[in-house]
Design a binder for this molecule. Structure first.
Ligand code: FMN
Length: 147
């Protein structure tokens, strides 16, 4: 298979810093648009917001991930600090979530260790990705056990 196959499944992750105060209504507006688009384009993933930082894992076909990544990078609401990974994958971590959002109380309750990692500390990519993946995965397992 061509390594640039536009239909190859890929996973992209990044961390960014909000450029403005993201109140609840701003977060809901962002999430609504993102969730709808992802759902319509076979994208799945998780988005975290904590301490003025976002972190996201996006999975889908290369062409779809790259298209929305172009838009996300230009979005005025945040400044992308860096991409963590961009990898070809065999299967999705969270096939059932067009975009699962975690922020505020939910992070404090479910993933308290993420708050410290996201709080302006840029050198914890491995740890950040590990936590994001385990949250995405545990959600998926939970969802599957509900069936
Ligand atoms: C942190 C962050 C994450 C985002 N994630 C997504 C996403 O997963 N999917 C999506 O369609 N838009 C996402 N967006 C929104 C896009 O940047 C953009 O606003 C949206 O695609 C609409 O673009 P348009 O106004 O050019 O049509 C995100 C924005 C931010 C700030």
């Amino acid at each position: 298979m061509n390594s640039e196959d536009p239909n190859q499944l890929v996973e992209l992750s990044y961390v960014s810093k909000a450029t403005q105060d993201m109140g609840l209504s701003s977060l809901i507006r962002l999430f609504d648009v993102a969730h709808k688009w992802n759902q319509g384009h076979g994208l799945t993933g998780v988005l975290f917001y904590e301490s003025g930082h976002f972190a996201q894992i996006l999975e889908g076909k290369r062409k779809d991930v790259l298209f929305i990544w172009g838009k996300i990078q230009k979005d005025y609401r945040h400044k992308v600090l860096h991409q963590i990974e961009f990898d070809e994958i065999d299967q999705r971590l969270c096939p059932n979530w067009a975009l699962r959002f975690y922020g505020g109380d939910q992070i404090a309750k479910d993933v308290p260790q993420l708050a410290g990692v996201l709080d302006g500390l840029p050198n914890h990519d491995d740890e950040l990705l590990r936590i994001m993946r385990s949250v995405a995965k545990s959600n998926q397992d939970q969802k599957e056990s509900e069936r």
